[in-house]
Design a protein around this ligand. Structure first.
Ligand code: IPM
Ligand code: MN
Length: 357
């Protein structure tokens, strides 16, 4: 029997509630298939700060580095907003990404047929949307040095640095090429090269790397236009390749095509070593403890973990199919309520999903 070691970081806010469902799903799948998943939970985020005064304790990071895959729910709470930046839950997340060298963040945006009416956009616009945002995750303005505040001047100032070297751009472009080659071979690279030097290097490097592959079709788009095009005609996109900050913004925007950010999973990958699989949504402190959160993005992240991280393709597909079945029967969490469905709690919809597996 195959055995896998998974580290679970359930984090803050709705994290524990949605994690509980993914644990049950994984247990169900290990009964059904010939594998065993050893799930080890570790402190991470705000809860780790409470326990160890560190949002990403070394013990947690060491466990993450030594496992087969990391399943992460979400971190953060307004109550940590006034902590020094390096102690905030978000900084813990950035540290995890950086320590595990997770330079490639994959965010698939696929419209589920039964949710066509749940988006704020018209059905005709979002029908058949199926795109992937490939976001560079450990560079750019999120990590660029120097950064800081200048307080000894008359007017307060603060600054960050948006910086990439060509190696960082090359390796994320390679990931986008690999994904595009399994799909329609179309890449749209998003930048702001009409204004930023760093984007000019991005554009030049992406062109250089992609032009080695004659089957690929590359388009470039400025990020402001990309935001507009994603709302106007999202079907034109297949693989969107972009930098850390632009990818952060565009993926939330694209999430709304699906009806709710509660539907979006992601995978963060390096070239070797375990990946981190996590929903795109945050910790939603206002929903925490009420058993009303949508556990589907977490369940879909679990599916991505099985597929990409553990190569258990059938089990991964089972989760997707189960979710589609539950949705097509009209069951929803409240974020997807269109007045025409049966609204269930987080744990109830979890049970429905498990029953379908
Ligand atoms: C995301 C989140 C994070 C990011 C935050 C929580 C640091 O918004 O994964 O998209 O900005 O990358
Ligand atoms: Mn984000």
């Amino acid at each position: 029997m195959k055995r896998y070691k998974v580290v679970l970081l359930s984090g803050d806010g709705i994290g524990p509630e949605i994690s509980e469902i993914s644990i049950k799903i994984l247990n169900r799948l290990s009964q059904k298939y010939d594998f065993h998943i050893d799930i080890k939970e570790e402190y991470f985020g705000g809860i780790a700060y409470e326990k160890h005064k560190d949002p990403a304790p070394k013990a947690t990071l060491d466990q993450c580095k030594a496992c087969d895959a990391v399943l992460l729910a979400c971190v953060g709470d307004v109550k940590y907003d006034n902590l020094p930046r390096q102690l905030r839950p978000e900084s813990g997340l950035l540290k995890l990404r950086s320590e595990l060298n997770l330079f490639a963040n994959i965010r698939p945006i696929k419209i589920r047929k039964s949710l066509l009416d749940s988006s704020s956009l018209k059905k005709e616009i979002i029908e058949n949307v199926d795109l992937i945002v490939v976001r560079e995750l450990i560079g750019g303005i999120y990590f660029g040095q120097p950064r800081g505040q200048i307080t000894n001047t008359k007017i307060k100032k603060a600054f960050n640095t948006m910086i990439y070297d060509s190696n960082e751009i090359e390796r994320i472009t390679e990931v986008a090429i690999k994904i595009a080659n399994q799909r329609s071979k179309n890449i749209c690279s998003v930048d702001k090269s009409n204004v930023l030097e760093v984007s000019q290097l991005w554009r030049d490097t992406v062109l250089e790397v992609t032009s080695k592959d004659k089957n690929l079709n590359l388009r470039n788009m400025y990020v402001d236009n990309a935001a507009m095009q994603l709302i106007m005609n999202p079907r034109q996109f297949d693989v969107i390749l972009t930098s850390n900050l632009f990818g952060d913004i565009l993926s939330d925007l694209a999430a709304m095509l699906t009806g709710s950010i509660g539907m979006l999973p992601s995978a963060s990958l390096s070239n070797s070593g375990p990946g981190v699989f996590e929903p795109v949504h945050g910790s939603a402190p206002d929903l925490a403890g009420k058993n009303i959160a949508n556990p589907i993005a977490m369940a879909l992240s679990t599916s991505m973990m099985l597929k990409i991280g553990l190569n258990e393709i059938e089990a991964a597909d089972d989760i997707e199919i189960a979710i589609d079945n539950v949705l097509s029967k009209g069951y929803r969490t409240s974020d997807l309520d269109n007045g025409n469905c049966q609204v269930l709690s987080c744990s109830e919809i979890g049970e429905k999903i498990i029953k379908e597996i």
